[in-house]
Design a binder for this molecule. Sequence first.
Ligand SMILES: O=C(CO)COP(=O)(O)O
Length: 253
Amino acid sequence: MAERPYIVGNWKMHGTRAMLAEARAIDRAAERLIKVEVALAPPFTLIHATRKEATLIGVGAQDCHPADGGAHTGDVSAAMLKDAGAGFVILGHSERRADHGEKDADVRAKADSAIAAGLNVIACVGETEEQRDAGKAESVVAKQLKGSLPEGEGVAAKVTVAYEPVWAIGTGRTPTVEDVGAMHCSIRKVLNEFYGEEAGATIRILYGGSVKPDNAAELLAADEVGGALVGGASLTADSFLGIVVAAAETPEN
Ligand SMILES: O=C(CO)COP(=O)(O)O
């Protein structure tokens, strides 16, 4: 894979303005770590301020509404995110699927809206522990991809996929490197079928779920892993930069 590894911090529902110091420190270090593409997805309330504090790294959001605007109290449109300084949006995270009942079709509608507004999309997929134990992990993920990825000419260039096994999020447990590689190869096959081989091959597939500085190197070296989507370990510059450094040192895969 020719592209730089992509390391994205998902701050979830964490962070007040005090966290901007972390964003600044991450941004400053990113200047030296040019072999890695670094981004943060803070909560909505910090997007604009993060964009102003951190000028080198990518800044994105964690969700958007599928409509352009209108009577949707409490929601935020893709165009508003763009206006606030976001360059991308994470969609279909398992916490949104669980907390808000988001279905694949909702994720696709949001992705269409985000791309129309000029944002890139990180589309999240992943199986539950029960599904993995039943031997259905790859088929569940393939179905999520086919149902939630945006379609259309030129769209693949705007898409990143994040594989996040639900049982590995925030638990300290991770799949084996072999399992990550097998799943990422299976995702690559689906992407090649869905977008055509040329476009499908360019999409980065991130791994997410309990990525820490001490396990990042081996997870990032797994087959077809193009980076990481990091939750807990992205909340301090120290631990997040530990992962970014591991990515900078990982040979291309
Ligand atoms: O959900 C995640 C990132 O989107 C992963 O979270 P943790 O890194 O805290 O397991």
